[in-house]
Design a protein around this ligand. Structure first.
Ligand code: HEM
Ligand SMILES: *[C@@H]1O[C@H](CO)[C@@H](O)[C@H](O)[C@H]1NC(C)=O
Ligand SMILES: *[C@@H]1O[C@H](CO)[C@@H](O)[C@H](O)[C@H]1NC(C)=O
Ligand SMILES: *[C@@H]1O[C@H](CO)[C@@H](O)[C@H](O)[C@H]1NC(C)=O
Ligand SMILES: *[C@@H]1O[C@H](CO)[C@@H](O)[C@H](O)[C@H]1NC(C)=O
Ligand SMILES: *[C@@H]1O[C@H](CO)[C@@H](O)[C@H](O)[C@H]1NC(C)=O
Ligand SMILES: *[C@@H]1O[C@H](CO)[C@@H](O)[C@H](O)[C@H]1NC(C)=O
Length: 327
């Protein structure tokens, strides 16, 4: 081999290795600064318009991001429609007739494609949209590291097994957060996402009418909340999709009220109220109840952590053009 050729070719190889190391291993706050300078404005506008028309969409977008990240990592798999190669995640049990906000992401993606074609991943758009949704609902703001890429497939089974259910015990939910690299504190503070949005009666109705198999309601549930929930969710199947606010005190404001209602036994889901049934999680709830600033700060930090689960970077995956289909 010609020694001078190898000496010269070592330079680009070295540069490539450095780029590969830094480019692949981490996300970057300025990832799209040069390639899509208006990205954050376009996303902000899209989320703002959606929420101006329907307040609940802030909650729906936040949950969509959570459901993206907990299944195969934050790589946009929840956004994929079913196709002939795979059954997508939209019809998995936790998402069917429940996950919403897809049209908002489609509309933002369309505008982003006009400004900077084939540049910004759908999962980065969803990550930014959920940050903006929280902020526009009155919650904290945090910078979002970017550069995630979109996955090439979805996994319905993983959506069924990895997402927490409101009917499973706290230990099981904790195990699911730990398996994603999050901890108990992340779980408690991120549950504070339930300070906005709604749940269908089917997700908590057994607490109202037959909690113990002997026709009694959940004994923990606050009496006045019980009677108002029985009005929203009469004991018949056709009430299953009626909606109740997760935080009945301030359902469209992103504040620390979720933790206050847990302290007075007014959590909507059994899994919400279960945070009070364990000394460690109850102590965290009590702190977030007393210190709203601590909640804001910890929520932002745990969101960044959640947004980094299983991300694809560098040459992995792709930049999807239509968020509903692989290119
Ligand atoms: C800790 C385990 C969790 C369980 C068991 C759980 C369960 C649920 C359930 C059953 C609903 C109602 C869905 C429906 O009726 O259609 C819901 C709604 C919601 N969840 Fe969670 N969730 C959990 C954690 C989280 C996390 C970590 C976040 C975000 C950080 C989050 C954000 C939301 C939001 C914002 C809504 C309202 C969505 C809307 O109104 O469209 N949840 N959750
Ligand atoms: C960003 O948006 C502004 C206003 O809409 C526009 O004038 C400008 O050309 C855009 N910049 C880029 C780099 O697309
Ligand atoms: C506004 O929200 C309603 C539902 O609340 C929906 O039917 C309608 O399509 C939305 N309009 C726009 C422009 O997004
Ligand atoms: C889908 O997820 C399930 C559960 O995590 C896993 O066992 C299975 O191998 C995954 N399927 C594919 C095709 O990756
Ligand atoms: C909780 O997890 C255990 C151990 O994985 C499992 O056997 C049990 O079925 C789970 N309980 C529920 C209600 O999902
Ligand atoms: C529980 O707390 C919420 C929020 O602070 C409040 O709206 C509700 O009235 C309280 N319920 C009781 C029984 O104190
Ligand atoms: C939880 O706290 C109570 C009283 O504050 C105590 O009696 C109980 O032993 C504690 N349980 C655990 C598992 O630490």
């Amino acid at each position: 081999m010609n020694p001078s050729a190898s000496k010269f070719s070592a330079i680009p190889v070295l540069c490539f290795l450095l780029l590969a190391t830094f480019g692949n291993s981490q996300l970057d706050y300025r990832f799209y600064d040069k390639t899509c300078a208006n990205l954050t404005k376009i996303v902000r506008y899209g989320v703002f318009s959606a929420i101006a028309n329907e307040t609940r969409l802030a909650a729906s977008l936040l949950r969509l991001h959570f459901h993206d990240c907990f299944v195969k990592g934050c790589e946009g798999s929840i956004l994929l429609d079913d196709n002939s190669n795979f059954r997508g995640e939209k019809n998995a049990f936790p998402n069917r007739n429940s996950a919403r906000g897809f049209e908002v992401i489609d509309a933002i993606k369309e505008n982003v494609e006009k400004a900077c074609p084939s540049t910004v991943s759908c999962t980065d758009i969803l990550t930014l949209a959920s940050r903006d949704a929280v902020f526009l609902a009155g919650g904290p703001f945090w910078p979002v590291p970017l550069g995630r890429r979109d996955g090439l497939t979805a996994n319905e089974t993983a959506a069924n097994t990895d997402l927490p259910s409101p009917f499973e015990p706290l230990e099981n939910i904790t195990a699911k957060f730990i398996s994603k690299g999050l901890d108990v504190k992340d779980m408690v503070v991120l549950s504070g996402g339930h300070t906005i949005g709604f749940a269908q009666c089917s997700t908590f109705k057994q607490r109202l009418f037959d909690f113990d198999g002997a026709g009694n309601p959940d004994p923990i549930l606050d009496e006045s909340l019980l009677s108002s929930l029985r009005n929203i969710c009469p004991n018949q199947d056709d009430s299953d999709s009626n909606l109740a606010p997760l935080d009945a005190a301030t359902s469209s404001k992103f504040d620390n009220s979720y933790f206050k209602i847990l302290v007075n036994n007014s959590g909507l889901l059994q899994s919400d109220q279960a945070l009070m049934g364990d000394n460690k999680t109850a102590a965290l709830v009590s702190n977030y109840c007393k210190f709203p600033f601590l909640f804001s700060k910890d929520f932002a930090a745990s969101m960044v952590k959640m947004s980094n689960i299983g991300v694809l970077t560098g040459q992995q995956g792709e930049i999807r053009i239509n968020c509903r289909v692989v290119n």
